[in-house]
Design a protein around this ligand. Structure first.
Ligand code: SF4
Length: 270
């Protein structure tokens, strides 16, 4: 990574499959997902979900750093010269969520989106904050930006158990509907799949509300053992064919899909 970049970066490893540029406006997270990499593994940054929630605050000096990164991009500096079609979509965000409850008043994410929009850049928002993102839908106009949400449970009782601080499932559905009304392209992340029946039900329920989906299994977590993955692969293939939505199967899940099943039906790789 070019040392000049201050807040934008190119994700590496498994994260690189998800986006080729990213940044964060908020650190910590109040959503408390039991499967979170940031507090549920031996080497996690936080010991508990509560500790991670207490650490939720804006990333230091993020808007000033972003202004400087944008200047570098305009000047053709940084790693973006390696990207064939220029600066790609910027994903918000791999760690934490761009729409914690505090964003409603703080408008840190809104400030970053304004800077990107004014610079002619585009972004992908990925959140579990539901309608908290709605206040910024006006900023998408004239950009190629997209709105995305993670949904892995259909039953809100399971969301309450596994993602207690995240928005209720019905709210996420309404957020997608609102994005459609604003003509904002949408996608849904069905990852990490940790309950096969719930994930398949989500795909059936949300297929008419989003433009495409990405599906990926849970990894390196005790919940991984709760799912019969070869069976899930067969059921997932049938469900995707039934609902007819465009999709991308994440690398970790591809080995469980039926032989010859297409893994990416998005237009131009999106
Ligand atoms: S929303 Fe993401 S960062 Fe926040 S607790 Fe859930 S998995 Fe972790």
């Amino acid at each position: 990574m070019n040392e000049r970049l201050r807040t934008l970066y190119k994700p590496r490893g498994r994260a690189g499959e998800f986006a080729d540029a990213s940044m964060a406006t908020w650190q910590g997270c109040t959503h408390g997902c039991v499967y979170c990499f940031n507090h549920s593994r031996d080497k996690s940054k936080f010991r508990t979900a509560e500790e991670m929630a207490k650490a939720c605050r804006p990333c230091g000096d993020v808007l000033r750093k972003l202004r400087q990164d944008i200047e570098d991009i305009k000047n053709g500096e940084g790693p973006w010269s390696e990207v064939e079609e220029g600066v790609p979509h910027i994903l918000f965000q791999f760690t934490g969520d761009p729409y914690p409850p505090y964003e409603v008043d703080a408008n840190i994410t809104r400030g970053a989106l304004k800077l990107l929009r004014d610079a002619g850049l585009s972004w992908d928002i990925l959140t579990k904050g539901g309608l908290r993102a709605f206040k910024d839908f006006d900023l998408y106009e004239g950009t190629k930006s997209r709105f995305a949400q993670t949904v892995v449970f259909r039953e809100d009782a399971l969301r309450q158990k596994h993602e207690p601080g995240a928005s209720v499932i019905a709210e996420r559905f309404h957020a997608f509907k609102a994005a459609r009304i604003h003509r904002i392209p949408t996608w849904m992340s069905v990852e990490p799949v940790c309950d096969a029946a719930q994930a398949l039900a989500v795909i059936r329920d949300f297929a008419g509300a989003v433009d495409f989906i990405k599906v990926g299994k849970i990894n390196e977590h005790e919940m991984e053992g709760d799912v019969d993955w070869p069976k899930f692969g067969i059921d997932l293939a049938k469900t995707l064919e039934e609902v007819g939505i465009r999709y991308y199967i994440k690398d970790s899940t591809k080995p469980f899909m039926p032989s010859g099943f297409p893994m990416d039906t998005r237009e131009g790789g999106e």
